[in-house]
Design a protein around this ligand. Sequence first.
Ligand code: ZN
Length: 140
Amino acid sequence: MLVPGNDEDIDGFLYRDEDEVVIGVNRDRATVRRRFTIAHELGHLRLHEQGQVHVDRGFRVRLRSGVSSEGTDWDEMEANRFAAELLMPIDFLRDDLKRQEFDLADDSELRVLARRYGVSTQALAIRLNGLGYSIEVVTG
Ligand SMILES: [Zn+2]
């Protein structure tokens, strides 16, 4: 399938026509990133009427503003939110946080929880912040 642009930049894409839907993911990316990409493309599929091919290059967020790197692209933000909700269901997270006394400012504990959900620590931190848990976003 021909996707415009440089393949190495691409995280994933969604292709659809009357007969089929194809989600592509860059196999050179880390597992957590591939999982997020697939969930993000599912978000586009479920929520958005777009053209035949939608290509995604990166899912960076500006943590202060919560605006996606694509500027003010609402669709990208919605697809990111869909992915976060799919990969980190609120009921599961609340149960996990209730069951154990997590020190959410401790990045090793965040890492353990992130691993359980198959997401990056950053994605988990953003999700928890979005749910009203006040934590530091850990990088690196
Ligand atoms: Zn997208």
